[in-house]
Design a binder for this molecule. Sequence first.
Ligand code: UD1
Length: 355
Amino acid sequence: MATVAGSSSKKTILVTGGAGFIGTHTVVQLLNGDFRVSIIDNLDNSVPEAVERVRELVGPQLSANLDFHIGDLRNKQDLENLFSQTKFDAVIHFAGLKAVGESVANPRRYFDNNLVGTINLYEVMAKYDCKKMVFSSSATVYGQPEKIPCVEDFQLMAMNPYGRTKLFLEEIARDIQRAEPEWKIILLRYFNPVGAHESGRIGEDPKGIPNNLMPYIQQVAVGRLPELNVYGNDYPTPDGSAIRDYIHVMDLADGHIAALGRLFTPSDIGCTAYNLGTGRGTSVLEMVAAFEKASGKKIPVKLCPRRPGDATQVYASTEKAEKELGWKAKYGVDEMCRDQWKWASNNPWGYQSKK
Ligand code: UD1
């Protein structure tokens, strides 16, 4: 497991939203990479059991380097309590809401959680002189891209309030860094994170009916949902379904370790964005076929009209991350489906027994 190049003593990282899907997988890699980690999470879409499983995966020795705080970024005092006790070398900021439909129905909830929470975080980081940040952005900031692959310097656009929070938070990061050049901020634009840790002990466990494709397929495979609605079969693509860049969550986790490596180099990195994707596009129907192969289960599908706001084809240019972070995704869709099936078949109801 790689440690951060040039670091002599252990670094301490605050991980907001560390009990969530991407958070837990990243915390495993951080602990394996010999970092100390504090998690703050308000458990809005996660459970303490996920953190227990992280401890179990890394073993008792590395687990001693992890502490877990239930807290909410909207409550500045929760952050004060953490920063006044621990000197953090950097923050990885995952905490936030991400359901597009809910953000349209309730934009204030999104502005409150994503914007207010992050602004509080910057305030407290500045107060305690912790000025290194890795921020979870999203390919959603490319809107409906006119060209593919998506390159980091494309013009950005928000399609809904959720996307607007990511876009605003990118702009806020750029403004802060411009005004106070000592900040180092990396914006990671995730494409479509899927899969699970290869142990099958941690994985994605959304509350309620999943919005995203792969958790939905998974719940059909284990019998929790009867069939998959495929949104759109008339796109100008080879099989008529929409194309996305799916990325294994363990590759994504390693992308954060690579980003930290860059934050801790002496060079002036400013505020800069990187795509985390594979650079390969896969259609909805190809994903269904790959999951059927990995699971041996038939996924019944119903062809439905397009989902409003969906783009035809989105995938990443991976050049900048390869060149500047020295990071490249290792896994393909077969491994993503294999590991997600291991998680699903061992935990058909997620972290809890039957819900
Ligand atoms: C969505 C969000 C994006 C967010 C990302 C991560 C939209 C428009 N975009 O991306 O802003 O950053 O999730 O949370 O919602 N599909 C089906 N049936 C389903 C679910 C999805 O056919 O039940 C299709 C979609 O139409 C799409 C593809 O599968 O073509 C992937 O969908 P999804 O997993 O929701 O991701 P995105 O839409 O790419």
